[in-house]
Design a protein around this ligand. Structure first.
Ligand SMILES: NC(=O)c1ccc[n+]([C@@H]2O[C@H](COP(=O)([O-])OP(=O)(O)OC[C@H]3O[C@@H](n4cnc5c(N)ncnc54)[C@H](OP(=O)(O)O)[C@@H]3O)[C@@H](O)[C@H]2O)c1
Length: 243
């Protein structure tokens, strides 16, 4: 099937890495279901930009993914609007520092619900719309394998996402391929200090931070050239995992 007949659902598509993935997919002629939670203005502007180039191909959908009933409503609306969903990219994520000793139940729930439970229920709702097979790409994190001490709920949520990636790859083969990308430092949190950025670069074997384009390249590879790949975990991390 050519890319131009496919529909892709990208969660957290309004900003940063999700937006770069959406621009890539639209550039390949795919129809884009652009999920956002709070970034309404950015999501609507992105949909408008994509529709100016290819009219009627993009639409933004709001949902808080920590609420399973909202996931179900959103996927149903997307499926009815586009008639099919061929690719699901689980990109949205909560990333908060939680010091041991001060971490609350709410901190745990926020991370696990958005970063782990949501990708499962999104997959469960989307798969029936993958009428001719499909793909799921989970954007995880190298820190799901080598956790940071101050981000335990986040790292555990990403470790769980890697397990989910394997389990879904088994459950959904042979019609649907499921793979994970493990970014390293690509876009640091917006409030990062120059000192923090330098420390991150020093700790990265390739001595730079990545770019959203580095993640897009891995997405592009999986979508366009990965037809014999499922259950894979692809680090795009400048070597952080081996450092
Ligand atoms: N940035 C990096 O260097 C890096 C490194 C390692 C891994 N990653 C992974 O790569 C992916 C993209 O990274 P990023 O930095 O671009 O992400 P991000 O800016 O931290 O978050 C992406 C989007 O997730 C959405 N989101 C958060 N909680 C949500 C919820 N409960 N319901 C619905 N949407 C929610 C937000 O949408 P709204 O703005 O619309 O609210 C947000 O814009 C993430 O999975 C991240 O864990 C990134």
């Amino acid at each position: 099937m050519s890319q131009s007949t496919k529909t892709v659902l990208i969660t957290g598509a309004a900003r940063r890495i999700g937006r770069a993935i959406a621009l890539f997919c639209a550039g390949r002629g795919m129809k884009t279901a652009l999920h956002y939670r709070n970034s309404k203005k950015e999501a609507l502007e992105l949909a408008e930009k994509l529709n100016r180039i290819h009219p009627g191909t993009a639409r933004a959908f709001q949902s808080d993914l920590s609420d399973v009933s909202e996931i179900k409503k959103m996927v149903s609306k997307m499926g009815k609007h586009f008639g099919r969903i061929d690719i699901l990219i689980n990109n949205a994520s909560v990333y908060e520092k939680n010091q041991f000793g001060k971490t609350t139940l709410d901190d745990w729930e926020q991370h696990l619900n958005a970063n782990l439970r949501a990708p499962f229920f999104l997959s469960q709702e989307v798969v029936p719309w993958m009428k001719e097979g499909g793909q799921i790409i989970n954007i995880a994190d190298w820190a799901g394998i080598r956790p940071y001490a101050d981000f335990i709920p986040y790292c555990v949520s990403k470790a769980g996402l890697l397990c989910l990636n394997t389990a879904l790859a088994k459950a959904l083969a042979p019609k649907i391929r499921v793979n994970a990308i493990l970014p390293g430092p690509v876009l640091l949190p917006e409030k990062s200090t120059p000192h923090f950025k330098q420390a991150v670069i020093e700790a990265t074997p390739l001595k730079r931070t990545g770019t959203p384009q580095d993640i897009v390249s891995a997405v592009s590879f999986l979508i366009e050239s990965g037809s014999f790949i499922t259950g894979a975990q692809i680090p795009v991390d400048g070597g952080r995992l081996i450092s």
